[in-house]
Design a protein around this ligand. Structure first.
Ligand SMILES: Cc1ncc(COP(=O)(O)O)c(C=O)c1O
Length: 395
């Protein structure tokens, strides 16, 4: 079966067209919803945005959902609503996208990176405890690939030190923990609706919370921190005033229509992701030098990523593995270059390579294989064949 040389070493690529690691799934259902939205009275934030927020709030089981222009702006609003500011420290994971830490940095607070639990690839509770100081105000755990961090331990730490928790659940929309939807845990959680995420609105994000005051703050900040009903407004109906430094992070009717139509398909998306994961797990488990993703702990996650770790037993390093998969036209990716490797965090906060050994060891092997609901069984087989062929070549 594998007489062929991998393409990277001179053989013919397994695929003619490139398979991306992630992709949206858009049908006529979504297209019609978007076109209908364009016929509405509003195309910026209006009743469809409220409907989408209500549907997400119901789905997650919380009182409030506040839609924003992206996951990044959702994090920004959450950090500001939490009241983070200069001099505060906010603990988060280094194995994430830069925006996670920006819930702190945008507010002037300092992001403090705690090392990860290498099994879950999420914050290690003990490492978090070691980073708590008198200046610690917040905690931002992140769901790597959709896999929950140790939620119970994070909540215990937050209680013990009176920290505001913002869950970066960008990868985790649609999953549950202890049969409770992910995002329902205090104080705020946020999602991204970028095209590769579990549902998409093109760009978009959402903060969810049960806290009335936080929700009010989030809504005000999203829209210029404008008081639309100040004293005097009744007599002078044009009178509206900015009471602070707000933003225009308004979500549109067009995005909301797309989001509602995607929500209708969430069970289908989860089912297909689960099927692909089961096929990968079965096919890859026995390959030496490949670690498959962790088993769910007390949860039924909706996985965004299928990230394996390639170790030296595989016979080639991660760089060669990635380039060899690309040569087969399989668009694997690495999530993520740890935040303490980035010049911004090094120059602003003095981080250096070598400071977070568990994160660095995991990072060295990480490769995300393609995972999205539009993948056919042939696409899945192509990925599996490419990994097996590469393993045979090296082992
Ligand atoms: C963990 C995590 N947090 C935040 C973001 C930012 O989301 P967005 O791209 O919607 O701004 C991303 C996006 O890739 C992410 O993966």
């Amino acid at each position: 079966m594998f007489d062929e040389l991998p393409a990277y070493y001179g053989g013919k690529p397994i695929r003619e067209s490139v398979l991306g690691y992630g992709s949206q799934s858009i049908t006529d259902h979504e297209k019609k919803a978007v076109v209908d939205a364009l016929d509405g009275d509003y195309i910026t934030r209006g009743p469809t945005v409220e409907e989408f927020e209500d549907r997400v709030a119901d789905f997650v089981g919380v009182d409030h959902a506040v839609a924003t222009t992206s996951g990044t702006t959702a994090l920004h609003l959450a950090g500001e609503a939490a009241g983070f500011s200069s001099g505060d420290e906010v603990i988060t994971t280094p194995l994430t996208f830069a925006s996670t830490a920006h819930a702190a940095t945008y507010t002037g607070a300092t992001p403090v990176f705690a090392d990860i639990d290498p099994y879950r690839r999420t914050l290690d509770p003990e490492a978090v405890r070691e980073q708590v100081t008198d200046d610690t105000e917040g905690l931002i755990p992140m769901y790597y690939g959709g896999h929950p961090p140790d939620i119970g331990a994070m909540l215990d730490i937050a209680d013990e030190y009176d920290l505001t928790v913002i869950w970066d659940a960008c990868h985790a929309f649609g999953g549950t923990w202890r049969e409770e939807p992910i995002g329902a845990q205090r104080d705020m959680a946020m999602f991204s609706f970028h095209p590769v995420k579990n549902i998409t609105t093109g760009e978009g994000g959402m903060v969810v919370t049960d806290d009335d005051e936080l929700a009010e703050r989030l809504r005000r900040l999203r829209s210029f921190d404008m008081n639309y009903d100040p004293e005097g407004h009744k007599d002078e109906p044009w009178y509206q005033v900015a009471e602070g430094l707000g933003y225009n992070y308004n979500f549109t009717e067009i995005q909301a229509a797309l989001g509602l139509a995607q929500l209708d398909r969430i069970d289908e998306f989860k089912q297909r992701r689960d099927e692909i994961i089961a096929q990968y797990d079965e096919a890859l488990e026995g390959i030496s030098g490949v670690r498959t993703p962790p088993e769910p702990v007390e949860s039924d996650p909706m996985y965004h990523l299928y990230a394996i770790e390639v170790s030296k037993d595989f016979g080639c390093d991660r760089k060669e593995f990635v380039n060899a998969m690309h040569a087969e036209n399989i668009g694997v990716q690495v999530h993520y270059v740890p935040l303490h490797y980035h010049p911004y965090f090094q120059e602003e906060f003095g981080y250096e390579r070598g400071q977070l050994p568990e994160t660095e060891a995991v990072y060295d092997g990480l490769v995300s294989l393609p995972l999205h609901p539009e993948m056919s069984d042939t696409d899945v087989d192509d990925v599996i064949t490419a990994v097996r062929q590469l393993a045979m070549y090296h082992q």
